[in-house]
Write a protein that binds this ligand. Structure first.
Ligand SMILES: C[S@@+](CC[C@H](N)C(=O)[O-])C[C@H]1O[C@@H](n2cnc3c(N)ncnc32)[C@H](O)[C@@H]1O
Length: 374
């Protein structure tokens, strides 16, 4: 039963979704149009049309080119084979923005999310690897540096980036509410959480800090199943230390789960290998991973993260227009977009007879669902 669907209000983000979308469209379509108009005045349409189409589809062409270079040079991830995807994203002013490059080259990984979460410092945390004045060393002159900074600000403020930060805050609040609820209703002193694909764990770390400030004798144990044993784990340790948390709260299992037919590596099995019993955990959190589950895999995934207790999960919903920027310019891997109605249907199908509360991020790009225990 879906109990409520609410809209999360986040006054710290800029909003202005439609203004951004118009500007983004202007950026992408304006450039080829300008080339087209200029060429049309100089040459015949047989030349101006194909050249303009090449300019329009340049980011896609560049992506294919990256595949070839990566193959030739033995580079594992083709996104690392090119310096920039387009002049209009991370190649701006020919110097490029290192921040935007990091977002594109690590799209869907925690290194990219760390920049999106912390670029504006709204959680009083700086992204890893950037000084406050990072743009001062970006280009050959102060004017170019300032332009690169403004350009980076623009893309880091695109509605989906705003909603990624709002989702972080919303998930943090949902974790706090759920843990408090379990603590008050069960009288348990130690609450155990499974965090699947948690990346740098920033949501859980921020929630743990607030919870331990409120209830100093609360004991938290967070078992994290996450394959990234490099950036994500070192960054999460730094975040925990920054917030004065005892890092022994967090136990890392560097494994990835898989629900593909014949290749199953389910969460309960990964936990069992390390002698944990999935049903013993009080709360399961998995944000973002379900967006990469297509077709029936999403049902299998939803069932896999259910141990009968509380679940906090999320999906990416309609994000028309901007999704093209995300995949074309930023080279973000393909995602399963499900509208709120489709997501509700999937939740009801996989968690029948459970109370479900959904909160949408301010631009309605993400839905965060809290599924109550059986
Ligand atoms: C899906 S996002 C989620 C990030 C995080 N939950 C957050 O909200 O910031 C990226 C993370 O998923 C992890 N990941 C990707 N595929 C995975 C898999 N099959 N099993 C477990 N984790 C996975 C990546 O290593 C990365 O850290």
């Amino acid at each position: 039963m879906i109990q409520t669907t609410e809209l999360f209000v986040d006054r710290e983000e800029r909003g202005q979704r439609y203004a951004y979308i118009i500007l983004e469209l202007f950026v992408l379509v304006f450039w080829p149009l300008l080339v087209f108009t200029a060429l049309l005045n100089l040459f015949e349409p047989w030349l101006s049309i194909p050249v303009s189409l090449v300019v329009l589809f340049w980011p896609i062409i560049k992506r294919r080119y990256a595949d070839i270079i990566a193959k030739e040079n033995g580079i594992k991830d083709p996104r690392h084979a090119i310096r920039c995807s387009s002049f209009w994203f991370d190649g701006f002013m020919f110097q490029g923005s290192p921040v935007l490059r990091q977002i594109r080259q690590n799209a869907a990984l925690s290194k990219s999310l760390d920049v999106i979460y912390n670029y504006f410092g709204r959680f009083n945390i700086a992204p890893e690897g950037y000084s406050e004045n990072w743009w001062n060393e970006s280009g050959p002159s102060q004017l170019v540096n300032t332009l690169i900074k403004k350009w980076t600000d623009f893309w880091c403020c695109m509605p989906i980036a705003q909603d990624v930060r709002s989702r972080l805050l919303l998930v943090q609040k949902e974790i706090e509410t759920s843990v408090l609820d379990i603590y008050l209703n069960t009288g348990k002193e130690e609450i155990s959480i499974v965090l699947l694909a948690g990346g740098t764990k920033q949501d859980v770390i921020m929630a743990s800090r607030t919870l331990l400030n409120k209830i100093p004798n609360l004991k938290l144990k967070v078992v994290c199943v996450e394959p990234d044993g490099k950036f994500a784990v070192s960054r999460s340790k730094k975040l925990a230390q920054l917030l004065n948390l005892d890092t022994s709260i967090f136990v890392d299992i560097f494994k990835q789960i898989c629900v593909d037919e014949g290749k199953e590596q389910l969460l309960c099995d990964v936990l069992a290998e390390k002698k944990y019993v999935f049903s013993d955990f009080d709360l399961v959190i998995c944000i973002g991973l379900g967006d990469y589950m297509f077709g029936n895999n999403l049902n299998k995934f939803m069932k896999m993260i259910d141990n009968g207790k509380k679940i906090i999960t999320a999906n990416i919903s309609d994000n028309y227009v901007e999704r093209f920027f995300l995949h074309l310019l930023i080279h973000w891997p393909a995602m399963q977009y499900l509208s709120l109605a489709q997501y509700k249907a999937a939740l009801l199908r996989n968690y029948p007879n459970r109370t479900i509360r959904i909160t949408q991020t301010p631009h309605r790009i993400f839905n965060v669902a809290v599924i109550e225990s059986r």
